[in-house]
Design a protein around this ligand. Structure first.
Ligand code: RIB
Ligand code: CA
Length: 309
């Protein structure tokens, strides 16, 4: 039985790979892709999402969401994803246009239709999800699960304290973590280790289809950049979050209470993960703490191979 999902994203090079995985997966029934500003401005992330869905042969609504965080100005990751949001990747323009429905409408509609089983996979700042929860007070009881790529137990990547997705919209993240919805937090503790090594990249070109070749190009174009930060391979943040939904056994989780810092001068956007339960609060998230990197790469290759079948 496939899982009804909505994918919220900010493509974004790694979002692109995660979308390719999703549309090749038999485990997911993709109801919609909703888009948020993050890696780039909403005009770019939404164009990228639409064209990526089309390139993957996807047939679902693509809905343009928030152009900025709930309260703050937008911070992008242009230095990572380039001016277009997909660096040097050029895709054919999709042969369909954006949905007329906004993300909060689609999320609420699908939550009702799927009788509490809808699974939201959030791969960018959580603005759209928080907005839907604010606009539909009964929504939190109607969402089955949220898997989000974001946060970390210990370190940041956009600041020393904060991971990018949470940093961009801490207020939205706080709303999501306090919602009471079943949450899985796929943070840097696991995604930094979900690396594809240089000697594994060639196989994506050898798979010989246009999607796997595009993944190979994304990986190659990211290598030099990530090495500046000391990574031996390309950390696949959003793809590993996607993999954790498709094949949950790839990730080990622990139940922790997670709060989000929204006021710190140096720590705004930090996920405050109570690893030792010193506050004695009930855990509100399953947090990724370990992974099978080899299993992840095996899944990624298996899914990319399907584009050539
Ligand atoms: O910190 C990594 C996250 O920020 C990923 O979702 C990446 O796409 C960026 O949005
Ligand atoms: Ca992302």
């Amino acid at each position: 039985m496939s899982i009804p999902v909505i994918i919220d994203c900010d493509p974004g090079l790694d979002d692109a790979v995660a979308l390719f995985m999703a549309f090749a997966s038999d485990e997911l029934d993709i109801k919609a892709v909703t888009v948020v500003a993050g890696n780039q401005t909403i005009d770019k992330t939404s164009k990228n999402a639409r064209d990526l869905v089309a390139f993957a042969g996807g047939k679902c609504r693509v809905s343009v969401g928030a152009s900025k965080p709930l309260l703050r100005e937008l911070s992008t990751a242009e230095f990572v994803h380039g001016d277009t949001g997909l660096k040097n990747i050029v895709l054919p323009r999709a042969d369909f246009d954006f949905s007329k429905e906004k993300p909060h409408e689609i999320i609420y509609e699908e939550a009702l239709k799927n009788e509490g089983k809808i699974h939201i996979i959030a791969l960018g700042p959580l603005t759209n999800i928080a907005a839907a929860l604010l606009l539909h007070p009964d929504l939190k009881e109607k969402i089955g699960h949220i898997t989000l790529m974001g946060g970390s137990c210990y370190l940041g990547n956009h600041t020393p304290a904060a991971e990018f997705n949470i940093f961009v919209d801490p207020e939205a993240a706080k709303i999501v973590f306090e919602s009471g919805i079943d949450l899985t937090m796929v943070g840097l503790d696991v995604t930094n280790r979900a690396m594809v090594f240089e000697d594994e990249i060639e196989e994506f070109f050898n798979l010989g289809n246009r999607v796997s070749r595009t993944v190979g190009e994304i990986l190659l174009s990211s290598l030099d950049f990530v090495r500046e930060f000391g990574f031996e391979g390309v950390p696949m943040h959003d793809p590993f979050a996607m993999a954790s939904v498709i094949e949950p056994d790839l990730m080990e989780t622990k139940q922790y209470h997670v709060d989000v810092e929204t006021r710190g001068v140096h720590t705004s956007g930090k996920t405050v993960v109570d690893v030792y339960n010193v506050r004695g609060l009930r855990p509100n998230a399953s947090v990724g703490v370990d992974l099978s990197r080899e299993g992840f790469v095996r899944l990624l290759k298996r899914l990319m191979k399907k584009y050539g079948e």
